[in-house]
Design a protein around this ligand. Structure first.
Ligand code: SAH
Length: 384
């Protein structure tokens, strides 16, 4: 049998997003789908617009609070629907202000999202899958066997949970605590494209959560054909987890590279639509001691980036229990950054945030089994 053009390992589909008594979650429906529900209730289309405003601009979860809707419609909605987010099973606060939420979905599966406050903005890192099928050797999430895709509502729901917790409703027009979104949590977003795209379309809608595509970054391990599709349909910022400059090493660190080798990945990046208007692609590069951090690696990286408006994000390796790598020395990172900088690329070193709560890059992992065990014991982060 011919291989499908886009290889994606099986990940289970999300379960139906309904309550025990059969009411459907309205969160995650596109505007069109919401319009169809409203039409089915015999209501005029502008009611869908009002409902959208209550859900995504005001953050209201109770139909009774939707005062622009008549009592009859509110009652009908409450009968058949809910406006639900994932349940927060734990919230952890780091000494540096980073906050991590462990969220429980309708089927008991869990994912994590992380809020990283900075001086002039706040970034929410959202997950796209329960676990991940990629098995990148340096990533804790990759050791988690259990995988299913998240539904669109479970992805939008992460943003809504953060806004609930930070008290950020209605959508502020000025400064925001959740001003930016990075799809860099658990999972490979381009292996769950439909749901991620659906969720981001809702998040970007100007009459709701209204976070612009310029403030959203999708990070991929390099699913080249889907990079093209995301570029054409979403136009968000792209981050690519590169991490190595030869196919030999990259395939060892990231098995996905065997499917989409570096040349193919870089070609997809060159074609990414934002590149045409000089919006830079971020290349993430995890610093692994003695593995990928030599000056020769840095020079090869610069050659790979030629012709692409790019910036390099150097990520000090974040350890996790049982990891087979160490973080590069400060001197090696500095030398590496120096070479990349000298070639004209900005190469900031990503400050690890939330390490004390295992919230840093590559540390997210929810083990449902272990979480259930510890729930009866002391509250603690996943660390060892
Ligand atoms: N699957 C997507 C998004 C999730 S990973 C992707 O691969 O891009 C988000 C980033 O954290 C990626 O660049 C990933 O390679 C990096 N990362 C994973 N484990 C890490 C670790 N232990 N230390 C530092 N960065 C890590």
């Amino acid at each position: 049998m011919a291989e499908p053009a886009i290889y994606a390992p099986p990940a289970f589909a999300p379960p139906p997003q309904v309550t025990a008594d059969g009411r459907a979650n309205l969160v995650g429906l596109s505007r069109e789908a919401l319009g169809r529900e409203i039409a089915a209730l015999g209501e005029k289309p502008f009611r869908a617009k009002q409902l959208w405003h209550w859900i995504y601009h005001r953050g209201v979860t109770d139909f009774e609070a939707m005062t622009t809707l008549g009592h009859g419609l509110r009652a009908k909605l409450a009968e058949g629907y809910v406006i639900a987010r994932p349940a927060v099973s734990r919230a952890l606060d780091s000494a540096d202000g980073t906050r991590k939420w462990l969220l429980e979905m309708v089927d008991g599966r869990e994912v994590e999202s992380v809020h990283i406050p900075e001086d002039d903005r706040g970034t929410l890192c959202v997950s796209s899958q329960v676990g991940c099928t990629l098995t990148c050797r340096f990533c804790h999430t990759g050791t988690q066997a259990l995988v299913r895709n998240l539904a669109a509502c479970e992805i939008v729901g992460q943003v809504m949970v953060a806004r609930d917790a930070l008290g950020e409703w209605p959508s502020p027009s000025g400064e925001r605590l959740v001003s930016n979104i990075v799809v860099m949590g658990m999972g490979e977003p381009l292996y769950n494209y439909e749901n991620v795209a659906g969720a981001l379309t809702i998040v970007m809608d100007p009459e709701g959560i209204a976070i612009s595509r310029r403030r959203i970054t999708l990070s991929t391990a390099g699913v080249a054909p889907m990079i093209r599709r995301a570029g054409a349909e979403l136009g968000v910022n792209l981050a690519v987890s590169l991490h190595a400059v030869t196919d030999e090493l990259r395939s060892r660190l990231m098995p996905l590279n065997k499917k989409y080798p570096i040349a193919e990945l870089m070609a997809a990046c060159r074609d990414y639509p934002t590149v045409a208007n000089a919006r830079r692609i971020t290349f993430e590069y995890v610093m692994l001691k003695g593995v990928n951090d030599s000056p020769a690696d840095a020079r090869a990286l610069v050659r790979l980036l030629a012709g692409i408006p790019a910036k390099v994000n150097l990520i000090p390796f974040n350890p996790w229990p049982g990891a087979a790598f160490e973080c590069s020395t400060g001197a090696a990172i500095k030398a590496f950054a120096g070479i990349v900088n000298a070639a004209g690329y900005s190469a900031p070193v990503r400050a690890p945030r939330g390490q004390d709560i295992m919230a840093a890059c590559g540390q997210l992992k929810s083990e449902s089994k272990r979480a259930r065990k510890t729930r009866h014991g002391e509250e603690r982060a996943e660390a060892g």
